[in-house]
Design a binder for this molecule. Sequence first.
Ligand code: FES
Length: 142
Amino acid sequence: MSAWPSTGQDAGQDAGQDAGAGADPDAGADTALHVLGPLEQIPVGEGRAFAVAGEQVAVFRLRDGTFRAVSAVCPHKGGPIADGTIDQSEVVCPLHQHSFELATGCSTTGAGPLRSYAVSTDSGGNIVLQLPKPPAPANPTE
Ligand code: FES
């Protein structure tokens, strides 16, 4: 007879560790910073689309030199927001001309809202986008 004491409790419970990719010490607890490259890649008065951490983001360089970032896919019928025309405060979707506030993403013409993101430039002349971190995976306690 072999009667080894057995714990019987070693069925794996995941530790719930995070992926650790792209961790940025400068970001806040709920956001991550993403460097998108040199600001010169976006001509003044235009926008460019970026794929960042699973998000499609349209970044615009305004005539006053500041940047704005909103989601890149129009909530109306999927138009390319980065190809829209802008002034200092709004972008107009090129497909059906719905208009959105660049600061908030809210539509001024009755469409659903775009998401808006914080964007800035760093001391090296790069565009830096701030995205919310995805929620942590649920950690089963039982
Ligand atoms: S897809 Fe943007 S206004 Fe229709």
